[in-house]
Design a binder for this molecule. Structure first.
Ligand code: UT7
Length: 322
């Protein structure tokens, strides 16, 4: 049995925050944000939390696949902004909203979360345990950024994307390969120190903190290596890839990695200008954008890559089967 990428869906909350709006909140400019990151707008959840966004993205993915919630055997949800920091998991809340009982678990791999969820779903399906797994990347990062810190608050946005990974006997539909990795020595580069038991209630450092410039350099180097390696070990080049769909943190990172693998500009998917960095949600949201405008078609080969807190990183070669 192979694991196949069967469906996609997404949801973004309606409120849009522009760079001009941010000029009124912190000492920044539209020009600085655009030039350094490519971001122009981001969506902000007002009366919704992560499980609400995740649920709406999941319903979209189910509808696109013409499937019912009862068809789902397991939910794997990647997030760094769960509704509750210890329990219950956000995946359990989504299962309840969908009206199903099924194994449901959150994973924490920051911006690489969607690729980690994909790797776990692939393993469960290939081992014959489950047939249909709902994987979700969902974030309300606006709730953990410090709105007084211009170095981070301009970068992030809220949103959710969901995919259904299903069992298939057709080899041409199979997820080709996934590479995931992590290196904890970079733990302090991207961290919310006061959101766990280590510093807990004693800490006033409850907001996301990032050493942006240092993170940028490691991200470019590590991602370039990861995508080069996965292409090489599958005897592929950018010619066999229809869509390069990277994590959307900064257009300069995407551009640098794309140049390393000689990916033509028209195959590189960019959504960072609209949504900012939505962490684990950015890749499925970008796939969904391609799907909704009718650009991606069944059988197209996607190359995904992501990098995030931990540090974690990963890449994947995935045929699109919706
Ligand atoms: O998604 C997970 C992984 N995340 C990433 O991969 C993000 C990686 N990092 C980045 O994308 C970039 O490093 C940033 C966009 C965060 C920052 O861009 P940069 O080109 O690395 O800028 P910098 O941090 O070196 O800062 C340059 C200057 C500094 O001023 P001085 O020291 O040169 O006077 C900052 O204080 O820009 C200043 N600055 C700002 N100015 C206006 C920092 N943030 C802002 C701001 N508006 N929002």
């Amino acid at each position: 049995m192979y694991a196949s990428f069967k469906s996609i869906g997404a949801y973004v909350p309606p409120k849009i925050l522009t760079n001009k709006d941010l000029e009124k909140i912190v000492d920044t400019t539209d020009e600085w944000i655009t030039k350094r990151t490519g971001i122009k707008t981001r969506h902000i959840a007002e009366n919704e939390v992560t499980s609400d966004l995740a649920y709406k993205a999941s319903v979209d993915a189910l509808n696109n696949a013409k499937m019912k919630p009862e068809d789902i055997d397991m939910i794997i949800l990647a997030t760094i902004t769960p509704d509750y920091f210890t329990m219950p998991s956000t995946a359990c809340l989504v299962a309840e909203k969908l009206g199903i009982t099924a194994p449901a678990v959150d994973i924490s791999a920051a911006c690489t979360g969607f690729i980690y969820a994909l790797a776990q779903a692939k393993a469960f399906i290939e081992s014959g345990v489950y047939k249909n797994i709902l994987i979700i990347g969902a974030e309300t990062l606006s709730k953990i950024v410090n709105w007084k810190d211009r170095t981070t608050c301009v970068l992030f946005g809220d949103g959710a994307g969901a995919a259904i990974i299903s069992a298939t006997e057709k080899k041409e539909e199979a997820i080709t390969d996934i590479d995931i990795n992590a290196d904890g020595k970079y733990k302090d580069f991207l961290i919310t120190p006061g959101r766990g038991v280590k510093y807990g209630c004693e800490s006033d450092r409850i907001w996301l903190e990032m050493k942006g410039n240092e993170t940028f350099k490691v991200a470019v180097k590590t991602l370039s290596q990861s995508v080069t390696d996965i292409l090489k070990r599958n005897s592929m080049t950018s010619r066999e890839i229809d869509w390069f769909i990277p994590h959307q943190a900064n257009y300069r990172i995407i551009d640098a990695v794309a140049r390393t693998i000689k990916m033509p500009k028209e195959k590189s998917v960019l959504t960072v200008h609209k949504y900012g960095n939505t962490s684990s949600a950015s890749i499925p949201m970008a796939i969904n954008d391609l799907y909704k405008i009718g650009k991606i078609k069944k059988g197209d080969i996607m190359l995904l890559d992501a990098f995030g807190g931990g540090f974690t990183w990963g890449s994947a070669i995935v045929p699109f089967n919706l």
